[in-house]
Design a protein around this ligand. Structure first.
Ligand code: ADP
Ligand code: ASP
Ligand code: MG
Length: 408
């Protein structure tokens, strides 16, 4: 049993949908049971979001999900038609029809359970089951969506629920690369990458896989592979549990980056117990995720407190801090910068090597790139920099850590 997930570009036109039909038919002919999960046609989700914003600048979250979940409903129907036209038995389902139950966090819902009953019955009866990615239904029957890139998570979650033999993520690149190949042409495809590393890469901004998809795959031990939907052959990238062959591998596996960071600093904060809670409590109550956090050592009883949030939530966070927090805690002022970006080097090899951080900092210094914030874990080092240096930073780090592909 195989779950195949096809992203937006892979179903972006009738011709491409027919191409997916051919691939599914090929696997079916080999005797596999197949569930296909699809995204909306490329650009469609963006179009629907823009449309919603023309009606309501800050769209009501429940209604936004109602609108943006429709893109996937189109592609499941079209793909099923294509399969039927090809002589196969096929049936499409929305998330609600399957009963993919989620919590009620509209636009970023989490999957709680999947009712596999209908899928199993259809598979046993020889159907190819086509499921809409990115969507589910909450306990009250509201339609929810899983966050941008969420079809990956639908695919992996269904593979986990069905105990499928493999989950194949078909996309517009032929695997996971050392960094985004659209930014660094010298990037190399990785034959394999460990879950741990993939988790870091995804969480630090490599959108080739949605982070929750990687989390699910790790938790439920789903065999996960990223492949090109445009190429007939190719092994893509396997996400592995073992750190095999690490001896010959590089210390750094990849470079991730994220343009969506915004930095906020609360200045002149009294340096006393409870301050972090009083600043971040209201922010988290408003459902704004906070990423990096830095608090300086206090001087004269006061200090600065900085953190980053997603750029989409910058205004909301600034508003909360200025209106609810600043005077309450007696801070001097609140300043923000939504033109920052985060660059991270990732690799399990870091555990056994010293000097990675200083090499990273030196490389950036040589280009005159100022580091605004730093955060580290066992297998990654992240820095926040000015957005305008992002691509330069990624390129020089990619080279400095010997990740560039050898010129042919
Ligand atoms: P899909 O619509 O198939 O889900 P996405 O656009 O979500 O496709 O993800 C694929 C894209 O991810 C690629 O086109 C590539 O630009 C980007 N990407 C970012 N980081 C990486 C990486 N490390 N390896 C491969 N692709 C990456
Ligand atoms: N269509 C959704 C998006 O654009 C989900 C996905 O593509 O995975 O984010
Ligand atoms: Mg995607």
């Amino acid at each position: 049993m195989i779950v195949q997930k096809y992203g937006g570009t892979s179903v972006g036109s009738p011709e491409r949908i027919k191409n997916v039909v051919r691939r599914v038919a090929k696997y079916k002919a080999l005797g596999h049971q197949i569930v296909v999960v699809v995204s909306a046609m490329s650009g469609e989700t963006n179009r629907l979001i823009a449309l919603a914003k023309e009606i309501q600048a800050q769209p009501d979250p429940r209604e936004l999900d109602m609108v943006i979940s429709t893109g996937e409903q189109v592609t499941v129907g079209l793909l099923s038609m294509g399969l039927i036209q090809e002589g196969l038995k096929a049936k499409s389902y929305t998330g609600a029809q399957v009963k993919i139950t989620t919590d009620s966090a509209f636009t970023k819902a989490r999957i709680l359970s999947i009712d596999e009953h209908n899928i199993r019955t259809d598979l046993a009866n020889g159907y190819v089951v086509v499921v809409a990615g990115f969507q589910g239904i909450d306990k009250e029957g509201n339609i929810t969506t899983l966050g941008r890139g969420g079809s990956d998570t639908t695919g992996v979650a269904i593979a986990a629920a069905l105990h499928a033999d493999e989950c194949q993520i078909y996309t517009d690149v032929d695997g996971v690369y050392t960094t985004d190949p659209r930014v660094v042409p010298e990037a190399r495809r990785l034959k394999s990458i460990t879950f741990e590393e993939m988790l870091e890469m995804a969480s630090l901004g490599s959108k080739v896989l949605q982070i929750r998809a990687v989390e699910f795959a790790g938790k439920y031990k789903v065999k996960l592979r990223v492949l090109s939907s445009f190429e007939e052959e190719g092994d893509g990238t396997l996400i592995t549990f073992e750190e095999d062959d690490k001896m010959e591998q590089a210390i750094i596996s990849g470079i991730a980056f994220n343009r969506d960071e915004a930095k906020i600093t609360v200045r002149g904060v009294p340096d006393k117990p409870g301050i972090a809670y009083q600043i971040l409590g209201p922010v988290s109550e408003a459902n704004v995720d906070v990423d990096m956090i830095i608090q300086n050592v206090g001087v004269d009883g006061s200090t600065d407190f900085s953190f980053t949030v997603h750029r989409n939530e910058f205004d909301k966070a600034m508003d909360i801090l200025k209106n609810k927090v600043q005077s309450h805690i007696g801070a001097r002022d609140v300043v923000g910068d939504n033109k920052t970006a985060k660059v991270s080097v990732v690799g399990v090899g870091m555990r056994s090597h010293v000097g990675i951080a200083s090499k990273m900092f030196r490389t950036l210094a040589e280009e005159g790139i100022n580091i605004q914030m730093i955060s580290t874990s066992e297998i990654k080092i992240s820095v926040v920099i000015d957005e305008k240096y992002l691509e330069l930073a990624v390129r020089v780090l990619h080279k400095a850590f010997d990740l560039d592909q050898e010129a042919a």
